[in-house]
Design a binder for this molecule. Sequence first.
Ligand code: AMP
Length: 583
Amino acid sequence: MLFSEVADVFNRLEGTSSRLEMASILSEFFRTLDPEPLRNIVYLSQGKLHPDFYAQELGMADKLVLRSVAFVSGTSEDSMSDLWKKEGDPGKIAEILIKNKKGQMSLFAEELTLDTVLKNLTLIENSSGRDSQDDKMKYLSQMLRYSNPIEARYICRIVTGRMRVGAGSMTILDALSDAFGTKDDRPDIERAFNITCDLGLVAETLAKGGVDSVKEMKVTVANPIKVMLAERLPSIPLILDRMGGICAMEFKYDGIRVQAHIDKDSVKLYSRRLEDMTSNFPDIAEELRKRCKAEKAIIEGECVAVDPKTGSMLPFQAVTHRRKKHGMDKAVEEYPVKIFMFDILLSDDTDMTVFSFEERRSKLSDTFDLSDKVQLTEMEVVDTPEKGEEFFSKALSMKCEGIMAKDPGSIYRAGSRGFLWIKYKKDYEESLTDSFDLVVVGAFHGRGKRAGKYGALLMAVFDDEMGKYRTVCKLGTGFDDAFLAGLPDMLDEYLSKDRPGTVDAQMMPDVWFLPTVVLEVVAAEISLSPIHTAALGIVKEDAGLGLRFPRFTGRVRDDKGPEECTTVNEVIEMYELQNREKN
Ligand code: AMP
């Protein structure tokens, strides 16, 4: 298969911001493909060679890519640096230069195949050691030499990790159900993705065996499962009401969530964003391995730092020392950690996600010999507000953030946020509304004391039905000088020349960012807004919802991906509750 066919589809995707149209372009293409190329093309459309949780990345530096482009197109260093200043995108630069070169000579007799691209990308990925830079340039140049301009654009974007054709996982799932099933099959296909985190595998399975094969896919060790998430409510009586008068209440520990995949002698730990965290918690991995009585298991728990002298739990900041890339041996020694397990998703060959919370909890406790480091979350069945308040106070006295209420009869809904789990935190009591995890989508240049820096940020929530980020506030409070100075470092790699297709905004910031960075924000109130687009037209015609007096809490939620931020539905729910409480 020629790579130009694939690049043309990417080009068509980039030409539209409509999710419906993207899905239809992809579904038409997917239908024509054999299972194996389909799997690889699904990964490539997201700028990858493997599923998201695969640790190794292509990540070639821009400079290196530009050197290869200059070499293949015979361009001088000066012209390259002018182009870089103007375009800031190695893909666009490669496209322009290859186009110019092709204008001069029509030499490229050989055409680039998908196989060659996959082979060379794999070689780039595997290059390591002293000559790796030269090797990577060599493999890239080999591809560019036979590329047409559009192919060159996408090859350079893939190797630099900036694919950005705008087709997110949900759009690809839409396309897959359209190509290989019907609308009614969409939930089964999405569940297969949620329990494997591998879109390529789901696509290949569909193309080989249809929807029936996908329905048979099960949770497996080494394929992380998308985590189940909690909604929030502002009081314990409301939680009990919502749960039908009875719930299982657990402490909500202030640490880092890990999903442990245990297989006899090997353990892998994944973060909720699917990063491999095994090397950050080697002590926990080893202890889980020793304490697990099953041959295979997948469990979830919260890793919390403890005071080495007193053994009492420390706040979240302490455990973040374990998120570093380097110096882990020292961090392991200085910041001892315990895991509080709260769920089990696989036990030997039994897929536990389809069992009730009660059954899972009992299986979890049967599967482990507990120790000081490996414990179960504190849990109590609560059926009155008084018992709930008492349990909440106990949680706070143990330095927990609050409580998690769980519906005893509920299955584990991978990748879904709902009222089967409800969180209630201490900070909900302290501000009029509770905290929000918002995504940065833009910034405004500062004035006065903040001149030359970003002065304020445009923040958004996620509309998970539309797959779009909708704005809720302009945030300029709660930043200290060091944070303001560090903003360009944190954000500039996500700069976007125009408003990204996934962002829905009426306010125009000075610069746009691809929705990536999540910040925790508190606010005094949620109000109707003529300018913000969250829930636009839902609560009131011609008005969205905005946050009044938003303030950054100082907490960057780098454990959350943009799609895990606060959703439009949560904001609507909170707005309605707030108004109910006022009246
Ligand atoms: P939040 O990050 O505020 O959305 O809260 C959800 C997170 O709370 C989960 O992803 C876990 O990391 C954490 N957590 C702490 N204790 C528990 C618990 N007992 N059950 C489930 N999640 C918990």
